[in-house]
Design a protein around this ligand. Sequence first.
Ligand SMILES: *Cc1c(COP(=O)(O)O)cnc(C)c1O
Length: 382
Amino acid sequence: MTQKPYRLRLPGPTAVSQRVLDASARLVLNHRGPEFAQQLGEVNDMMRPVLGTKNDILVFACSGTGVMEAALANVLGKNDRILVLCNGQWGDRFIGIATSLNPNIDIDRIEVPWGEAIPIDALKARLDENQYAAVIAIHNESSTGVVGDLKAIGEAVKSTSALLIVDSISGAGGMELRQDEWGVDILVTGSQKALMCPPGLGIASVSDKAWKKVDEERGQIRFYWDFRKAREWAPKGQTAFTTPVTLIASLHEALTMIHEEGLDNVIARHAKLAAALRAGGTAIGFKVFPTAPMISDTVSVLTVPEGIDGVAIVKKMHTEHGSVIAGSRNALRGKIIRIGTMGTVTGDDIVTDIQHLEATLSDLGLDFESGAGVAAVEQALN
Ligand SMILES: *Cc1c(COP(=O)(O)O)cnc(C)c1O
């Protein structure tokens, strides 16, 4: 029996290499024993440069949303006011979390049309007008393909008492990240995106400025997510609660692979592959969706050609070719497609993506120059 091909090309979860899968199929370790302590310690050491931090790395068993909630649960007090920078679906997720944790919280937002960047002048003006407990930003807005200018945002927030909380769930490991230098106080990420592991781990890194707020009793509601418990256990090489040790083994392997390739090379590879995918897509009638100056190297968001239904593209890519790409579950439904370029992706994957897209567009009756997409990808790769 031949197995149908299955190419996981989503902006997360991403395809996981056999090497990383094998790592999780070894012995289940005692999470309070010396073997695990060593492994977790090495995960810490290998993760720090990926995030650009000297902070301890806190690991939780959860999806990305779990650590997004953890970040807020640890610092938001009863009468706080926060500012959320919204240019896609993940800013809205933070607003949902904040209101669930505390229905009385004051939430200001800077909202721009999807695909555009957050204007830094508007951020500065808000920071001059109000005192915020936290400013929340998204590094890689995977619903639109826009990258937040964390350096400029950090610069603006640094001199205020506000904490800068950043979701880099789909950025870390695929794009440059300098948490300490940019003044990011709480950075959260997840295992299933550019860190090329299966879903299941949420990772947080907390600055000294943020620890002060974590330590204050300000009416926070937290138990499992309590960063103070995580900090207490960290020096022993342990997590507060039973961690999914097999996923930690996978993360250890994935980080080893990242450092074997070299972090700079990994980041350059993501940039090159994303550029190649965009070049291939635009050669066959797609447009690059985001108009912001900084766009993603980990997900390509493409506007579908006029007259073609994006939902049909996603469906055909799966049923005819086994290529699993994403559409959109919101206002952009049918208008865009999204393909991950993060994790264990190679140039060959991008060529195959565009071959499958060309075949799909032909099936759907679009008139375009056959082979132009693949040629553009190959040119961009060489
Ligand atoms: C994928 C992604 C998430 C994912 O959250 P889950 O809870 O793991 O589904 C959050 N934020 C961003 C920016 C993402 O790209």
